[in-house]
Each structure stands twice: as C-alpha cells, then as structure tokens.
Design a protein around this ligand. Structure first.
Ligand SMILES: NC(=O)c1ccc[n+]([C@@H]2O[C@H](COP(=O)([O-])OP(=O)(O)OC[C@H]3O[C@@H](n4cnc5c(N)ncnc54)[C@H](O)[C@@H]3O)[C@@H](O)[C@H]2O)c1
Length: 242
C-alpha cells in the first residue's frame, strides 16, 4: 500500500501525549489502522496501544512483531516519542545524557531497523519528529540538540540509502508546541538565564505556540501520496525560530 491513502497501517511512537496523541487522532480519523507505542497507555480512542519503551531493543522488536502479526505490513512509521533535557552544559550528568540519546536518537534508530523489512515490502514511509534544536543551535540544550541533530542527519542519510527501495524518510523540526514537554523545558531553564539567549528561543510569529494538531497535520501530509516525491526533507515548522 505504501503511499496510497487510507486505510493504512500506521505505527506512531509517543501516541499517549502531545504531538503523538494528536497525530494518532488525525490518522485514525482518516480511517487508518493506528498503533500507538508508548510507555503510557493514554492513547486516543480507536488507537491500539502497544506498551513499548522505545529505548529498549527487545521491546521495540516485540512491538513491531505485534503489529505485523495482526496486519503483515507497515505503511507508515512516525517516530514522535521524545524527552527533553535543558540546563547548563557542565551540569549534564551521564545519566541525563544517556537518557536523551537513548530515547530521542537510538529509539528511532531501533524502530526504523525493526520496521524496515515491512516498510520496504509495501514501499512505506517514515516521518521523524526532530526539533528546531536539531536544525539550528539552541542554548542550554547540548544533549537534546546532539540527539535531535543526530536524528535529523540520520533521516537525511537514510533517505538517500532507501530511495532506490522507494521508502521515503522525512523529518519535521517543530518550534514551541503546546504540550507537557514544553512546560518541562520552561521549568528546567537555569535560574541565571542570560536574557540575550532568550532571543534564540523565541518564535518570530508572535501571540501563541504551535498546536500539536498543526504538527500532526504535517506528519499526515509527509506520509501521504501528495508527498510521494519528497524524501530527505527537513521541514522547519517553528514560527520562524530558525
Ligand atoms: N513540544 C515542543 O515544543 C516540541 C518542540 C520540538 C520538538 N518536539 C518533539 O516532539 C516529540 C513529541 O513531544 P511532545 O511535545 O508531544 O511531548 P509529550 O511529553 O507531550 O509526549 C511525549 C511522549 O513520548 C512518550 N515517551 C517518553 N519516553 C518514552 C519511551 N522511553 N518510550 C516510549 N514512549 C516514550 C511519553 O510517554 C509521551 O507520551 C518529541 O520527540 C519532542 O522532542 C517537541
């Protein structure tokens, strides 16, 4: 099926909250069969929950096996699960560094490896949710930027490698989006924040943050047949932040 329209089999990580939740609702409403992989069970109604820690290879492989045992193919993989880590560089602990790299970078790597045979078989596609921090530098976000920058470049590298197989791989780099994660960022800013760096964290379009459904709509678009000549695209969706 691949780039055909619904019904498709769509696998979404991070579907229990924020951008992943909104994206799962949008695919569900198109009539797709949606699997939500998350450590939390609060996926939207009509979405099949598969308990998965994306940082655990055995769990990732088991989740893909659960999906393919039921449907024998995967049309779309959206890697959206993620965590954030903000703070001064010298305060980052090994545990914080490892957590961000494991969930935000190694997680998508393992999901893409596990799903690849099925994506190749039906010429499916992958949408990775990176971040504005994986597109342009952001202060106080070295570990997060390293992980998201890695995800952005892994997307572009894989798009080249998988082009001949007609498997498309694209990324979206959101700016400030109204989810629990963005509240967490605000709560972890250093107390003695240099006001000049705030410029780097502000969107040019004033008045409001991006909504999770706005990012979800971009995921749906990149996964659709309308985008079938798009691969290796890094879509800045950041209110002019970058
Ligand atoms: N909100 C923003 O402003 C913003 C900006 C840029 C990029 N992003 C990216 O968007 C993605 C979604 O973030 P969000 O803002 O919706 O956050 P969120 O906190 O609302 O949702 C994140 C989801 O990921 C899940 N998750 C966390 N660790 C997991 C793990 N180990 N295994 C499986 N699931 C796990 C959480 O349970 C949650 O459901 C993230 O990758 C984030 O980096 C968000």
């Amino acid at each position: 099926m691949g780039d055909l329209q619904a019904p498709r089999v769509v696998v979404i990580t991070g579907a229990a909250s924020g951008i992943g939740f909104a994206t799962a609702e949008l695919f569900r409403d198109l009539g797709d069969t949606v699997f939500g992989l998350d450590i939390a069970p609060t996926v939207p109604d009509g979405v099949t929950y598969v308990e998965t820690d994306v940082g655990d290879r055995a769990a990732v492989e088991a989740a893909v096996a659960t999906v393919t045992a039921a449907h024998d193919h995967i049309d779309v993989l959206a890697n959206i699960a993620g965590v954030v880590q903000f703070g001064r560089f010298h305060t980052i602990t090994d545990a914080e560094w490892d957590r961000v790299q494991t969930i935000d970078l190694k997680g998508p790597f393992m999901l893409m490896q596990a799903a690849l045979p099925w994506l190749k078989a039906c010429r499916g596609n992958i949408v990775n949710v990176s971040s504005v921090a994986g597109h342009v530098p952001q202060p106080y976000a070295a570990a997060y930027s390293a992980a998201k920058g890695g995800l952005t470049m892994m997307t572009r590298s894989l798009a080249l490698e998988l082009g001949p197989d007609r498997v498309r791989v694209n990324a979206i780099c959101p700016g400030s989006t109204d989810t629990p994660l963005v509240d967490e960022v605000a709560a972890t800013f250093p107390d003695d924040l240099d006001p000049r760096v705030m410029d780097r964290l502000m969107m040019m379009l004033p008045g409001r943050n991006i909504t999770p459904a706005e990012i979800g709509s971009a995921v749906v678009y990149l996964a659709s047949k309308d985008a079938r000549m798009m691969t290796g695209t890094v879509l800045a969706f950041d209110g002019g932040m970058s």
